[in-house]
Write a protein that binds this ligand. Sequence first.
Ligand code: EAX
Length: 328
Amino acid sequence: MRMPPYRFTLTLALVVLVLAAPVRAAVQIKLGVVTKPGSAQNIVAEKFKSLIESRSGGDITVRIFHSKSIGNETEILQQLQMGTIQMGIITAGPFDQFDPIVRVVNYPFLFRDNEQADAILDGPLGTEILKSLEGSGFKGLCFSENGFRNLTNNRRPVRSPEDVKGLKIRVMSSALHKSIWQMLGANPTPMPWPIYTELEQGVIDGQENPLWVMEVYKFYEIQKYMSLTRHVYSPHIDVASLSWWKTLAPEMQKMIHDAVYEAAVFQRKENRDKDAERLRYLKQMGMQVVEDPDLGAFRERVSDMKNMELFSDPRVRDLLERILEATR
Ligand code: EAX
């Protein structure tokens, strides 16, 4: 018995649907950021999601896990290594637990300004750092930014390293950041993000982060003094799980790479464009700001940094020398 034509068409349509289903939404990306919506990391993540979902015509979908819903930055990095999530926008700080070469980009007083940071990080030296991450299971895609970090505290206005003496400062989970603040005379404690409660309860006196953090996390409510120390330029490293990355077709890799880089460039610009307004806002909310701390004295204190054990690995040391030369 022959099938009536409409039944044939229906069957065909069903077969096509069943076959096509796994092809559509072929790639599902779980992306981790530790911060909450409105944060620098989230702006990169959301921009990337919208670019890649529209460009791939729905073949790639992105689900953003934020606000510590899948753990702190170190834990997100571990999940990327295991391949249980696929991408992350992570502050460079905690990366140095996995690959000491990342210390080079967090070196104190390294970049003069944003333009120099972009030129180095988007250039061959930045590429070397991204490439190196493959040794620890990450595919480094590009750099977006937290921005230049500034000190806040609840004890006193900080103009020179003398004023830092004995302050209990929270630092990121990074041996380098801990050392920097030891050299500056503080009493640094590594702690994962977020830290509002610890500041509020006085477990720590202060912390250091770019201006957007003080605004988005409302640190003006719980921190009285801020000094524009700009001691470290703090990038994010936009990464993928290397084991997952290797399963993707080259065209897919390129599409993802292009989209995340575009998102990074978009975010860096918007972060910088907003900084002047943020400073005004933080003052208006009552923060006392030292705008011209004695940066010469701060630099002097950390001038011996490159001779420390932290940079003794020849590979790291070599890259540091070249990056210092390029930023001189
Ligand atoms: O982006 O841990 C930190 O200090 C980071 O800068 C934080 O994730 C905010």
